[in-house]
Ligand binder design. Structure first.
Ligand code: GLN
Length: 235
């Protein structure tokens, strides 16, 4: 199995205190989330190991999981023969591990009752109607607090990131929402934690956080740090 570690960027053997983050490797923005997660871990002075989830046996021993955005129909079609999505959903139900989902990932979780909201796909319009806008984040947790901005060196994959929305100052609850052919929540029974004006664009259902935008495409790692803190807090 190909394992990525936040410090070494090499295949490694896990120590027992290592936090292991599963990332669903079906389709969509996967490497961006891996990079975001490793930077978030660096900011917290912790080590995480990224575990690509391609088959059900990859789920073993993970402490949290990321559902990336992309195209939810393609994700369903790509996994239907092996039934991977069903396996992942029942693993989450059984283990109650923390989950962070973005856009298409949030659609899948809502459709499978892992986030208590109904959702409409492509509800802001077509690809050309994609947009970015400042949001308000209401998560009160320590984890979501900003850390001091860091200079943009090369990332864990050796890429030079574009200067996209660095970490907001510590007192700020603003976040840049990047919406790409995004869905909209309709009937939302989960806790609203992110707003675009008056509209809910991020929800929390116990230790699952579902966003309709793409934090991994900014340099602001607050939501990825939230996942790490939840993983630490979950027995
Ligand atoms: N429109 C996509 C879908 O329905 C989601 C888009 C995204 O993840 N950026 O699955």
């Amino acid at each position: 199995m190909n394992l990525w570690n936040s410090r070494s960027q090499k295949g490694i053997t896990c120590g027992d205190d290592m936090l292991r983050v599963g990332i669903l490797m079906i389709q969509g923005g996967r490497s961006e989330h891996m990079e975001a997660m490793m930077t978030a871990a660096d900011q917290l002075g912790l080590e995480v190991e990224m575990r690509p989830i391609r088959k059900s046996t990859d789920l073993e021993a993970i402490d949290g999981i990321i559902f990336p955005g992309g195209e939810s129909t393609s994700m369903k079609i790509a996994t239907q023969n092996e039934g991977l999505l069903e396996e992942v959903f029942s693993f989450i139900r059984q283990t109650k591990i923390p989950v962070l989902s973005t856009c298409a990932g949030t659609i899948l979780l809502c459709q499978n009752n892992l986030l208590n909201a109904t959702i409409s796909r492509n509800a802001f319009g077509r690809q050309i109607d994609s947009f970015s806008s400042p949001l308000k984040v209401l998560l009160p947790d320590e984890s979501i607090k900003s850390v001091k901005s860091q200079s943009l060196g090369r990332d864990h994959f050796g890429h030079q990131p574009l200067p996209m929305w660095p970490e907001a100052p510590p007192e700020s609850n603003e976040f840049l929402g990047i919406f790409i052919r995004a869905p909209r929540f309709d009937d939302c029974k989960a806790e609203a934690v992110v707003y675009l004006n008056d509209e809910i664009v991020g929800i929390r259902d116990e230790n699952r956080l579902g966003l309709t935008f793409h934090p991994e495409l900014t340099q602001d790692r607050r939501f990825h740090r939230w996942l790490i803190r939840e993983m630490e807090a979950t027995p």
